[in-house]
Ligand binder design. Structure first.
Ligand SMILES: NC(=O)c1ccc[n+]([C@@H]2O[C@H](COP(=O)([O-])OP(=O)(O)OC[C@H]3O[C@@H](n4cnc5c(N)ncnc54)[C@H](OP(=O)(O)O)[C@@H]3O)[C@@H](O)[C@H]2O)c1
Length: 377
């Protein structure tokens, strides 16, 4: 099920704290950065914070600039983004600023928490998600029921930790402030958790006043049938690679990327790469890997089109090449149509060989784009 794009936003001290332990909220951002945050808020459909942040900071979470609010309205959007909070207990202050400023509010909670929130008279749409709070269900609900396509998450640490360790964050916008906290009881940005093994991708660094903004994208593929946010990034790259294929009237243009479980890219390729007239994308990518590389067993192959099940030009189709390489997870955007091969079903070949195939249909149009001339026939 589709999720919103999830953007985590936080500011930390030089020693990695989100706040101090004093009664007032510690201001980590510079004035210029508060304005940047206001701009990001104005660009999203919803802003989420945890109940811990509501209790500690009593935030209003508004778009402060009248010009930005006017621009939202002119675009046909609500003046303020939807405000979302998460509480297992439902034990929240009904007089908090969060409920009485801005536009619509949603509280995601447990069944028990919903009873408590109703008893307290919390002024919000209270959505119980069962005995425990499941982040995937919450994100699906925001996407499907509330039309949220971009979600900004403004903390605190326990919320950020769960979203990033569960592979649900598309982007981290981290501001480093030039000050120290030095109190071991102060909250940290990320707590203990099972994080991805490898490195995140740095996408931007920018000084904003006296702080520095760094933007990162997680890189680790999902596990089994559950897609991670990084699966979307890699599949988008496969679709971009498909655009680079030399044109053909007799074969699809496809892009492929092979990625280790820790998010390290092992290889990439595209159809007819290197002027090889019959080479397929997965074949081109796998040919660049070391067949003895132990990371292949935990790797994911991203292919803009489902790997082929049969082909005349080579002894082994791509589904077989993937299985022979030891890869057991494939993410694709588009099931193979009957254009060249009737009833091609590379997914079935992969599944029979013990691989999990994940289809993300939201990328189908991008995968089809360089193949439009073949589909009109
Ligand atoms: N520097 C920054 O950018 C920044 C931004 C935001 C916040 N902060 C700071 O961060 C601190 C607050 O962080 P925090 O980690 O204590 O709190 P938090 O992450 O804001 O909220 C944690 C609370 O959210 C609810 N929750 C989270 N995950 C849940 C789950 N899976 N199931 C059920 N409920 C869940 C629980 O509420 P219940 O207890 O009601 O069950 C939990 O106590 C504050 O000091 C604040 O100033 C700093």
């Amino acid at each position: 099920m589709p999720h919103p794009y999830v953007l985590l936003s936080a500011a930390v001290s030089l020693d990695g704290y989100l706040d101090d332990t004093g009664p007032e909220r510690l201001l980590l951002s510079s004035p210029a950065d508060f304005d940047r945050v206001d701009e990001v808020r104005a660009s999203v459909d919803a802003i989420l914070v945890g109940a811990g942040t509501l209790r500690a900071d009593n935030p209003r979470l508004l778009v402060n600039s009248p010009e930005r609010r006017a621009a939202r309205v002119a675009d046909g959007r609500p003046e303020y983004p939807l405000k979302v909070t998460v509480s297992g207990s439902g034990d929240l202050d009904p007089a908090a600023n969060f409920w009485h400023t801005g536009g619509e509010k949603v509280l995601y909670t447990t069944d028990q928490g919903a009873e408590r929130a109703h008893a307290l008279g919390i002024a919000a749409d209270v959505v119980p998600l069962g005995t425990e709070l499941d982040w995937r269900r919450l994100l699906e609900h925001l996407h499907d029921r509330r039309g949220v396509r971009r979600l900004m998450v403004e903390g605190g640490g326990r919320i950020h930790t769960q979203l990033i360790s569960q592979g649900l964050a598309d982007e981290l916008q981290l501001v480093l402030a030039p000050l120290f906290v030095g109190d071991p009881d102060a909250p940290r940005l990320f707590g203990p958790g099972s994080y991805q093994g490898g490195r995140l991708r740095l996408v931007e660094t920018r000084p904003v006043g006296d702080v520095v903004l760094t933007r990162y994208e997680p890189t680790a593929p999902g596990a089994g049938a559950l897609p991670s946010a990084a699966d979307h990034h890699w599949l988008a790259l496969a679709c971009e690679l498909a655009e680079r294929c030399p044109p053909s009237r007799t074969a699809f243009s496809v892009g492929a990327v092979v990625v280790a479980a820790d998010g390290t890219e092992l290889a990439r390729g595209f159809s007819r790469e290197g002027d090889e007239p019959v080479v397929h994308a997965e074949e081109a990518a796998l040919a660049k890997t070391d067949p003895m590389d132990p990371r292949l067993a935990g790797a994911t192959v991203y292919s803009s089109l489902e790997p082929c099940a049969r082909r005349a030009s080579r002894p082994a189709p791509c589904a077989r090449l993937i299985l022979d390489a030891g890869v057991r997870r494939v993410v694709t955007a588009w099931r193979e149509p009957d254009t060249f091969v009737a009833d091609a079903d590379g997914s079935a070949v992969l599944a029979e060989g013990g691989a999990t195939v994940v289809v993300l249909p939201e990328y189908e149009e991008r995968a089809k784009a360089p193949n439009g001339h073949l589909l009109d026939r």
